[in-house]
Write a protein that binds this ligand. Structure first.
Ligand code: GDP
Length: 365
């Protein structure tokens, strides 16, 4: 570095300098790029949007609270049976900012109360697919707008779909729901309330669900293959993760005492079920996958596959409309345009001035 700086300043390098720089002469400095990216990302913070879907009472809220150790559903109003008959599927959103070792995560949980609760569940997934598409549409608009640097990404990165533990595999509503969502979001099926089943029953139900997922051609989230240069331990963990799907999970909002330790669990007259005990359920595997190992991949697939498909479709509709109508028309419903406010005016002015400022800076150099 010393040698490079001196040469850049136009000085002659003396022989000692030359000796000093032999080892470093090939060092340009781009090896620090990962650190720069790391610093920048940490400063900016991360965001993640998780959707939970499944009939009410399957333990969705409890599981989310157990995963992120926050009570996201304090103000939830539970409906009685009569109210639920007329209830339509709604979408509720909760956002929390969590921080761990200086890394900030803006977590959004999208809940789908009312899904599968009605007497007639025909098309009950429609509000959910509509919501996912609306987020794509908003992102598409923002990308084509003025303020591209500060886009708020509300796209749904993963959908945890809760399968009840009581049946003999997937129900028609499960098949229809996952098929309706498979090309729009990463679907991760879960067997809920796994403490209701014995280990043998869990194994049988998992096999059955896996078979039916294949039989009906449902595309659930596929874990990426482990890199070939990973060590044997990482490969083994990766195999175990894949073999455990669909994860059988247990949630609890309570801390109980087991084996002299305080643990998150469920207390029964016959014993304690520990949420984080891998012999009891796959909660730890799910949490590891979702937060520690695959969060980035879930975001990448959302952006590179699901959103890209939506975007390609939009552009295709736009171009085919152009050729048939012989005029430019947006396939997106045009938002009512308000008169630009002061902030927008300022932004437009700033954007207009940017190229001129750049030119001036270059000329001054
Ligand atoms: P949601 O309507 O799907 O959000 O379900 P909730 O999280 O409100 O849970 C409904 C009921 O199931 C509550 O009484 C919970 O205590 C209970 N519950 C939640 N998770 C589990 C679980 O893993 N096992 C068992 N046995 N009960 C659970």
């Amino acid at each position: 570095m010393f040698y490079r700086n001196r040469v850049l300043r136009g000085e002659r390098a003396c022989p000692q300098d030359m000796q000093f720089t032999v080892a470093e002469k090939d060092y340009v400095g781009f090896a620090t790029l990962p650190n720069q990216v790391h610093r920048k990302s940490v400063k900016k913070g991360f965001d993640f949007t998780l959707m939970v879907a499944g009939e009410s009472g399957l333990g969705k809220s409890t599981l989310v609270n157990s995963l992120f150790l926050t009570d996201l559903h304090k103000d939830r109003k539970l409906l009685n049976a009569e109210e639920r008959i007329s209830q339509t599927v709604g979408i509720t959103k909760h956002t929390v900012d969590i921080e761990e070792k200086g890394v900030k995560l803006k977590l959004t949980i999208v809940d789908t109360p009312g899904f599968g609760d009605a007497v007639n569940n025909t098309d009950c997934w429609r509000p959910i697919t509509d919501y996912i598409e609306q987020q794509f549409e908003q992102y598409f608009r923002d990308e084509s707008g003025l303020n591209r640097k500060n886009i708020q990404d509300n796209r749904v990165h993963c959908c945890l779909y809760f399968i009840p533990p009581f049946g003999h595999g997937l129900r028609p509503v499960d098949v229809e729901f996952m098929k309706a969502l498979q090309d729009k979001v990463n679907v991760v099926p879960l067997i809920s309330k796994a403490d209701c089943l014995t280990p043998n029953e869990i194994r049988r139900l998992k096999d059955r669900v896996r078979e039916e997922i294949d039989k009906f051609g449902i595309k659930v989230y596929q874990f990426p293959d482990c890199d070939s240069d990973e060590d044997e331990e990482a490969k083994q963990k990766d195999r175990e993760l894949k073999e455990s799907t669909p994860f059988a999970v247990i949630g609890s909002n309570m801390v109980v005492e087991a084996r002299g330790q305080k643990v998150r669990g469920r207390f029964y007259p016959w014993g304690i079920v520990e949420v984080e005990n891998q012999a009891h359920c796959d909660f730890v595997k799910l949490r590891t996958m979702l937060i520690r190992s695959h969060m980035h991949d879930l975001k990448d697939i959302t952006s590179d596959c699901h959103y890209e498909n939506y975007r390609a479709q939009c552009i295709h509709t736009m171009t085919s409309k152009m050729t048939t109508d012989k005029r430019v028309e947006s396939p997106l419903p045009i938002l009512p345009l308000s008169t630009p406010d002061v902030e927008t005016e300022k932004l437009i002015k700033k954007k207009d001035e940017e190229p001129m400022q750049l030119l001036l800076i270059r000329l001054q150099k």
